[in-house]
Design a protein around this ligand. Structure first.
Ligand code: ARG
Length: 592
């Protein structure tokens, strides 16, 4: 493992050194180097610096140029405009850097300098309920962030805070007690593939039936309602029969969740599913400590935390209720107990919550409460709030009947559409391969559409656009990858070898410079938790490759050295695409 500094980092250092040599007062100043279209890089730092030191920017820039003689890294430096530096690196330096990347299994991408522990709360569906597009976002974004942080060497603890507790269980369990056959026929032990899909569907349809039947009784029969309420008390008291039925409902739901995760091609491990119920035993203590510390106060029989800046429409403060007036605990108390557990028990340095933006106020109040109680260091917790998935009408995505869209239905439709696309292009694929690729393309399309939008924004769920071969889609990236693999296969016994003595064409340089930015991009993406910037990088990479491929024949290049060098660029592009897509949780089939 050898991390390779990017040319941007190396050139940055050289310019900074030349700057402090030219003007000792400027030592430590940032030359503000960035990629540029005019040259490879442009440094703008001389401008502000000269102004600040009451000098002439062009004169300062000229002195810096004098300190940057052409060598095997710097090809050319010029002063331009009011005092910018335009810097071009040599083709040899570019190819040598890329060769070092290619030789390293991490593609030269460094590990984080001081990794810590991050606990990430994501993919938190609710027991006995269907998963919907909101859970899609939380799952897909969370999965990508886990992969990206782990790739940087961060210790990541995953927490699926599933909704497995609450008064509705009284109703469900009471109904089960009175109708013991209701959940029968549950093979709660299916394994993988279609079997998992069928078992999941069957489990969910049983749960739906149970939910509807018990709800109907609850709403129509006062006596049942009372029995259901008593059942909640039994559940909280840990009554054995009640608890056993609760477990059964949770397990049945997990069969369903697993089927959705299999379809989504996301790995969720059982030990990471730590739902709301896991914190039951801590709630009394949490609330007691909050009251003793004066963080929570009694108000109208409830125990509440107040905030100066959180007010309802009537101007009265809206509190966070940590214990209801009937003595019950809700969502807030559980989240507070979870924070204590994650910081003190799991030793998290950072807590992330991949949750719908509509829960922003809840998290703001919960984080502030935990901070006041001394359980959470300032700034250690952050909600990665995502926007809403919209229908083509621009409103939150619903079925024509106005119901929430089932996630499984969407995924199935995406895979069907993808099958059409794959079939149209398929030349040498068997039916089985087409089905395989359709799953990878369809699920990839759904994930990519989500991940390529900045997460706080809403986006329209439009399958036509998602599986399009043109534009910023995963299919476009997957085809670029497959095309490169086909070139590499056809190369026969000519191998990919970098040839640093060759002069590069503009399209080769543009591709190469972009390849070199992979590590810097990943570092920025991990720092800001913005997977869409990785998606954008990969899309640009595929675009650079397309241009390169149009202008630079690979296998038919004029001489063997050029063929080898271009194959080298092809292979590094493929490896980078593959790695980047994998970090987003998207497959790159070798043939499409
Ligand atoms: N189960 C909730 C929902 O479906 C999301 C839970 C978010 N995580 C948390 N720690 N509150 O909306």
């Amino acid at each position: 493992m050898a991390s390779v500094p990017s040319l941007a980092a190396t050139v940055h250092q050289r310019v900074a050194d030349a700057l402090s040599a030219a003007l000792p007062e400027s030592a430590g100043a940032d030359p503000l180097l960035r990629r540029s279209d005019r040259a490879d890089f442009q440094a703008n730092g001389m401008l502000a610096l000269a102004k600040q030191l009451k000098g002439n920017p062009r004169e300062l820039a000229a002195k810096v140029v004098a300190g940057l003689p052409a060598d095997d890294l710097v090809g050319n430096v010029e002063v331009s405009g009011p005092g910018f530096l335009n810097i071009t690196v040599t083709d040899g330096a570019l190819l040598r850097t890329l060769a070092a990347r290619a030789a390293d299994e991490r593609l030269g991408v460094p590990l984080a300098e001081s990794p810590g522990t991050t606990v990430i709360d994501y993919s938190q569906p609710n027991v006995a309920k269907e998963m919907h597009v909101g859970h899609l976002r939380s799952t897909v974004i969370g999965d990508a962030i886990v992969r990206i942080l782990e790739h940087r060497g961060e210790k990541v603890v995953r927490r699926h805070h599933i909704g497995d507790w609450g008064t509705q269980f009284g109703m469900l369990i009471q109904y089960l007690i009175e109708h013991p056959d209701e959940l029968d026929g549950s093979p709660a032990d299916a394994a993988g593939g279609d079997a998992s899909g069928e078992a999941g569907e069957a489990a969910m349809s049983r749960l739906n039936r149970l939910y509807k039947a018990s709800r109907a009784l609850f709403d129509s029969d006062e006596d049942f309602k009372n029995r259901a309420r008593d059942r909640v008390v039994q559940l909280q008291a840990g009554d054995e029969e009640t608890y056993g039925l609760w477990r059964r409902i949770v397990d049945e739901s997990k069969v369903y969740f697993q089927a959705v995760y299999d379809k989504l091609d996301v790995e969720i491990r059982d030990e990471d599913v730590v739902g709301e119920s896991a914190y039951n035993d801590d709630l009394q203590q949490v609330v007691k400590d909050l009251e003793a510390a004066g963080v929570a106060v009694r108000s109208d029989g409830a125990l509440c935390v107040f905030f100066d800046d959180v007010k309802g429409p009537d101007g009265n403060p809206t509190p966070l209720i940590v214990r209801k007036s009937n003595g019950g605990f809700g969502y807030a108390a559980t989240d507070l107990a979870a924070i204590r557990n994650r910081v003190a028990g799991l030793h998290a340095d950072t807590l992330l919550y991949v949750v719908d933006a509509r829960q922003a106020l809840h998290f703001r109040m919960v984080f502030e409460t935990a901070r006041r109680a001394g359980w959470l260091p300032e700034g250690a917790a952050r909600q990665l709030a995502f926007g809403t998935v919209l229908g083509k009408d621009g409103k939150p995505f619903k079925t024509r009947e106005g119901e929430t869209v089932r996630l499984v239905d969407l995924l199935d439709e995406a895979v069907d559409r993808a099958a059409q696309v794959v079939r149209e292009k398929a030349r040498d694929l068997t039916e089985e391969e087409i089905a395989d690729r359709a799953a990878q393309v369809g699920i990839g399309a759904v994930k990519y559409a989500d991940l390529s939008t900045s997460m706080s924004r809403d986006y329209v769920f439009d399958l036509d656009r998602m599986v399009s071969l043109n534009g910023d889609t995963s299919v476009y990236l997957q085809y670029a990858y497959a095309r490169i693999q086909s070139i590499l296969r056809r190369a026969g016994d000519v191998g990919p070898v970098a040839q640093p003595e060759l002069a590069l064409a503009p399209a080769e340089r543009a591709l190469g410079l972009h390849l070199d930015e992979f590590g810097d991009t990943l570092a920025a993406v991990a720092e800001s938790y913005e997977p869409h910037k990785l998606a954008a990088y990969l899309y640009q990479l595929a675009s650079h490759f397309t241009t390169f491929y149009e202008h630079c024949p690979v296998l038919k290049a004029e001489d063997r050295a050029t063929v080898e060098n271009r194959l080298f660029l092809c292979r590094l592009t493929a490896d980078t695409l593959h790695r980047g897509m994998a970090l987003l949780g998207i497959r790159t089939p070798a043939r499409l």
